[in-house]
Design a protein around this ligand. Structure first.
Ligand SMILES: NC(=O)c1ccc[n+]([C@@H]2O[C@H](COP(=O)([O-])OP(=O)(O)OC[C@H]3O[C@@H](n4cnc5c(N)ncnc54)[C@H](O)[C@@H]3O)[C@@H](O)[C@H]2O)c1
Length: 444
């Protein structure tokens, strides 16, 4: 039974252009994956928008449609792709270079599709990503000029591809660590800093500014400071553009945000958590630079603090030794190994250990997240939900939230938040998991 009234949502008609900043391992695995799925040769495993269901009403009602049958989402057949990258390789060449997908099974059969995706010249500056060289790069006197060139790209892509709507997902390398400063506080200061080529304005912020100015939703899949600064948050809210991030929650952190709530819910203590990774892709090479690693480290370290609340439970979590390491190890390519050693303690303080060794595939985990984010950001935009998309925290290591709020990191709280937002959008009752209505407890 519908409860509140549904929110008006513009229909998902016409083509949805998905522009990725970066055409590396994650972006090409996403695009090639969608095309293989469209041609019927693969399944969208890992994608909530394509495979997930949502329970509606009471458990006795047995209503659990597919999410894509419940909310009006863009159809995979209507997606068209574009990208920017300082490396001029087409999506086909990039796929082969990254080596994530099997060449004969998933790349060659769609070679025509991948060869047609040529990256537009990027706004790229080596000062922000030290381990990369780029030749396919825009030139301009000021950062404002570069950002204006991005706006032009966005408009031209939309017209050339006959798109009805666009969405942009940052899938580019992790930039160096930047702390929010005075130039990030107001739009006026931000735009002045663009004109003055201030170093506090990173390329990623120029893409975010350009997207918001063009009314295009923008999601940040990397941990660098980007659309999560007050100037851009205010601009997005004013212009009614959906924004959010940051840092796709794929491997080790996904596991961390499942295990840590388990310890806390059972009041088990944690003495130490040592997390290390080996990976050999270009992302690993970029993260081998200490300044890019610091950005990633902050994003990975934050989650335990928020979930375990050491200030509330000092005896259990007040003294955790938490360490995160990423080691560049070329032989593994995109197949990352994430090790966790967790020292916990239980009743009367007796110690125990848990070891997790996740032999994962980074881009295989990230690709369905790019798809879901593109599709849900487009939904948010059609539902006129401008500004920060906290309900999509589920996808991020460091979810962006309104000023003054702390982020929810627990994966299952995030999932509930996401599904309840979909119910709210469609005017369905919230699922609270209370359940007393199924029992007769007698008079009070
Ligand atoms: N794979 C995962 O599980 C995962 C999880 C969380 C975050 N991420 C982040 O996603 C991003 C992409 O990862 P990847 O494995 O595809 O890396 P990648 O190195 O294969 O691809 C990144 C691409 O971005 C390009 N690039 C760099 N700066 C750019 C700029 N200013 N404009 C346009 N393009 C630019 C690079 O040339 C490269 O082709 C990284 O920041 C990574 O940290 C990945």
């Amino acid at each position: 039974m519908a409860q509140a009234s549904a929110r008006p949502i513009a229909p998902a008609k016409g083509r949805l252009g998905v522009l990725t900043v970066g055409l590396g391992a994650v972006a090409t695995t996403f695009m090639a994956g969608v095309e293989n799925i469209r041609r019927g040769t693969s399944k969208p495993i890992g994608s909530l928008t394509q495979m997930g269901t949502i329970r509606l009403g009471k458990r006795t009602e047995a209503r659990a449609p597919l999410i894509r049958d419940f909310v009006p989402l863009a159809d995979l057949k209507d997606l068209v792709f574009g990208a920017w990258d300082p490396v001029p390789d087409t999506a086909y060449e990039s796929c082969l270079h990254c080596g994530v997908l099997d060449r004969h099974e998933h790349v060659e059969p769609i070679a025509d599709f991948l060869k047609a995706i040529r990256p537009m010249p990027a706004v790229f500056d080596r000062n922000y990503v030290k381990r990369l060289e780029g030749t396919n790069v825009k030139t301009g006197r000021t950062k404002r000029e570069l950002a204006e060139a991005l706006r032009k790209d966005i408009r031209e892509f939309k017209a050339a591809q006959k798109c009805d709507r666009l969405v942009i997902v940052w899938c580019a390398s992790t930039e160096i660590f930047i702390s929010p400063g005075p130039t990030h506080q107001t739009l006026e200061a931000f735009e002045k800093a663009m004109d003055a080529n201030d170093p506090s304005i990173a390329p990623s912020m120029l893409y975010a500014w350009a997207a918001i100015m063009e009314g295009v939703p923008f999601a940040n899949g990397a941990p660098n400071l980007c659309c999560d600064v007050p100037a851009l948050e205010k601009l997005a809210a004013e212009k009614g553009v959906a924004i959010g991030g940051k840092d796709f929650k794929t491997g080790q952190t996904m596991i961390k945000t499942v295990l840590a709530p388990m310890f806390k819910s059972r009041m088990l203590g944690v003495a130490g958590w040592y997390s290390t990774n080996i990976l050999g892709n270009r992302d690993g090479e970029v993260l081998d630079d200490p300044e890019s690693f610091k950005t990633k480290e902050e994003s990975k370290l934050g989650v335990l603090e928020y979930i375990l609340q050491p200030q509330v439970y000092p005896e259990l979590y007040g003294n955790i030794f938490h360490k995160v390491r990423i080691n560049y190890y070329p032989p593994r390519g995109d197949n990352k190994e994430g090790w966790d050693n967790i020292d916990i303690f239980g009743w009367l303080g007796y110690p125990m250990q848990i070891k997790v060794d996740f032999l994962c595939r980074d881009s295989i985990l990230a690709a369905p997240l790019v798809l879901d984010l593109a599709i849900f950001f487009d939904l948010a935009q059609r539902a006129k939900m401008g500004g920060i998309q906290e309900w999509l925290s589920f996808y991020f290591k460091s979810p962006q939230v309104a000023p003054g709020l702390y982020p929810e990191h627990d994966l299952f709280i995030q999932q509930t938040k996401l599904k309840n937002t979909l119910r709210w959008l469609m005017g369905e009752a919230q699922v609270t998991h209370l359940g007393v209505e199924y029992y007769e407890y007698g008079e009070k």
